[in-house]
Ligand binder design. Structure first.
Ligand SMILES: [Mg+2]
Length: 174
């Protein structure tokens, strides 16, 4: 079986802005993200983005906008990401099993990459990410941004993406 990293998007792959990120100029990729993604890929991890994008059902932006921003990440890391999964529904309109803290997107990511949850990880900046990861049986890393500073659902707390990557690689060597 493979192993994978489930990646929240806003606050992990691009800077958290405290609101929906859909404008190109607001989509800022921290310096340590492209090299971190490539290091994880080199270590044999499949990479899957799992992002709630409820702004789609609110009519703030379209699926094409999400895909365009995804391309920006892909270009930065030599197409290291295997899959982009996003949940377009918003809880104000309809309950969606796919949206985090639901674990459907996580299960799908694991299935698509044929990954063993016990060898896989989730990196997120909100408790709902970590809960979704825990439900799917993977280990979790919290990167605190404007949201949670700590969480009982976090196996580790790392200050930034580079630190999270180093932590995962160190754990994988054991
Ligand atoms: Mg986030």
């Amino acid at each position: 079986m493979n192993k994978c990293i489930l990646l929240d998007r806003d606050g992990v792959l691009n800077e958290e802005k405290g609101d929906y990120v859909f404008r190109d100029e607001d989509f800022i990729i921290p310096e340590d993200v492209p090299s971190g993604l490539m290091a994880l890929k080199d270590a044999g991890f499949k990479l899957v983005v799992v992002t709630n994008q409820g702004g789609i059902s609110k009519g703030l932006f379209t699926k094409e906008t999400v895909q365009k921003l995804h391309q920006k990440v892909q270009l930065s890391c030599e197409n290291a990401i295997d899959h982009l999964l996003y949940a377009p529904l918003h809880r104000n309109f309809t309950k969606s099993l796919a949206s985090k803290p639901g674990s459907l997107m996580m299960e799908r990511g694991l299935a698509l990459t044929q990954s063993d949850p016990a060898q896989s990880w989730l990196i997120g900046d909100a408790e709902r990410d970590l809960i979704a990861g825990k439900k799917a049986g993977v280990r979790t890393i919290l990167i605190p941004t404007l949201k949670e500073q700590e969480s009982e659902y976090a196996d580790a707390v790392c200050r930034n993406f580079g630190e999270a990557v180093a932590y995962i690689l160190a754990c994988s060597e054991i």
